[in-house]
Design a protein around this ligand. Structure first.
Ligand SMILES: CC(C)=CCC/C(C)=C/CC/C(C)=C/COP(=O)(O)OP(=O)(O)O
Ligand SMILES: [Zn+2]
Length: 456
């Protein structure tokens, strides 16, 4: 063989071998290629076919959800422990679509959830099981979504308050259930339920802010417990709970904004954490965190001002230190006022708060991911192309879509301009209260019910 052919077939030993991709890289390339194939196909079809592809398949989604409800009432065993969650995901999705179900089905659901209600307060995953804060949140949100007087009156708020007090820990966290884990989901679900039922008090909120603050990581997002990695689901929980207790100003919000906005990827959807895959459900968890941050601009501005002051002070003091050997400290949070409003009215006032008109993320791109990649044309929504539809993803993709559609509206429920809604205007969903993820109108009815005539 000549020198030349040897070189061609056998690379010299010194040449670096091609890097072997990690599993994460391979998965990422796979998702990117599937998503971009869809976008490419979309770009090459005629405009009328594009409109069809971007249409929210309301009827098919309703069929998928109704089938889920039928399944819910028939095919479950006594060991199932997530039926209140299925109720919430399905009824909330139906409410987002502006639809309702027959009275009998509503009555059966109220009756079923009443059987899940523990005599000592809180809701279990099924009748006779142990009460759990997360299923309590799911049950309460379902009953508020159903919305009738009977539904709202079925919640034993005194006992529920007792259950939440029992779950409360001295470090500010909550347990999920007796002897259960303490984490940020428990904080959010406890505080959310207490707030929406108007039973939030000083005892319940004591030290909660300290606990949540200890979960904000170096990245800026919030982890499930102190020392854990920042994640979109926990970030939404931590931020929403901090707002509900009037202590959002204690978080490092500029850093939180930085972290969350960079979780929207080139696939147009959000990932849950750094270097992980895009997933439709984060349209709500991350998109929801952004929707909350959009209403915290006055605090963000103050924090940014403070940071620049600290920078100036520390620069000056460093100079001074180097001159005369002394040092000074400026605390970041000390000068920011803590929430002065009555905690019972925070959630109600929050929806009317002024909000930044410039969205912090690409709302049209996210709608594109939800409609083209997460939506199944036959009904139901999913994590990503190639995954199966399910009720959890249907609920959180639709919730995220609603947030996008109203992301520029001055008032929370004023109809958005057509250019803000991707696809036909008939895609428009009902607006939600972003702190609780229940349809706004149902939230308002519940608020009235639990503040006026039926005070705790
Ligand atoms: C109100 C309530 C109960 C909120 C729950 C919030 C929530 C969705 C938390 C996420 C939990 C988590 C770490 C998932 C990671 O799963 P993964 O590793 O499969 O997904 P990933 O790769 O996207 O991180
Ligand atoms: Zn998901």
């Amino acid at each position: 063989m000549s020198d030349l052919s040897e070189k061609e077939t056998n690379p010299p030993a010194t040449e670096a071998a091609p890097p072997c991709p990690t599993v994460t890289q391979r998965d990422q390339w796979m998702v990117e290629s599937q998503v971009f194939q869809i976008y490419h196909l979309f770009a090459t079809i005629p405009p009328n076919a594009q409109t069809l592809m971007m249409e929210l398949q309301r009827e098919n989604h309703m069929q998928f959800l109704s089938k889920g409800l039928r399944h819910l009432s028939s095919a479950f065993s006594v060991l199932d422990s997530n039926r209140p969650w299925l109720c919430y995901w399905i009824f909330h999705s139906i409410a987002l679509l502006g639809e309702s179900v027959e009275d009998e089905l509503e009555d059966n659901t109220i009756e079923f959830l009443s059987r899940c209600q523990d005599p000592d307060g809180g809701y279990a995953g099924g009748p006779g099981q142990m009460p759990h804060i997360a299923t309590t949140y799911a049950a309460v949100n379902t009953l508020i979504t159903l919305g009738s007087q009977k539904s709202l009156a079925s919640i034993n708020r005194d006992k529920l308050h007792g259950f939440l007090r029992r779950m409360k820990q001295s470090n500010g966290g909550f347990r999920m259930h007796d002897d259960g884990e303490i984490d940020i989901r428990a904080c959010y679900t406890a505080i959310s339920v207490a707030s929406i039922l108007n039973i939030l008090d000083d005892e319940l909120i004591q030290n909660v802010g300290d606990y949540i603050l200890s979960c904000q990581t170096y990245e800026g997002g919030i982890g499930g417990e102190p020392g854990s990695e920042a994640h979109g689901g926990y970030t939404f929980c931590g931020l929403a709970a901090m707002i509900l207790i009037g202590e959002a100003n204690r978080l490092d919000l500029p850093r939180l904004i930085d972290w969350v906005v960079f979780r929207q990827g080139k696939e147009c959807g959000f990932q849950g954490r750094t270097n992980k895959l895009v997933d439709g459900c984060y349209s709500f968890w991350q998109g929801g965190a952004v929707a909350l941050l959009q209403r915290l601009y006055s605090i963000v501005d103050k924090q940014m001002e403070e940071t620049s002051q600290i920078f100036t002070i520390s620069t000056v003091s460093e100079d001074k230190e180097s001159l005369d050997g002394t040092s000074s400290h400026a605390t970041r949070h000390g000068t920011i006022e803590s929430g002065s409003t009555d905690i019972k009215s925070i959630a109600y006032k929050f929806i009317n708060e002024w909000r930044a008109q410039e969205p912090l993320f690409h709302s049209i791109a996210l709608q594109q991911y939800i409609l083209l990649c997460a939506q199944e044309q036959e009904g139901g929504l999913r994590d990503k192309p190639g995954k199966r539809r399910d009720h959890y993803h249907t609920c959180y993709c639709l919730s995220g879509l609603s947030l996008c559609q109203y992301s520029l509206s001055k008032h929370p429920d004023s109809p958005p301009l057509p250019k803000v809604v991707l696809g036909p205007y008939s895609n428009l969903l009902e607006p939600i209260h972003p702190l609780f993820n229940v349809v706004l109108e149902r939230y308002r009815e519940a608020h009235e019910f639990f503040t006026e005539s039926h005070d705790h």
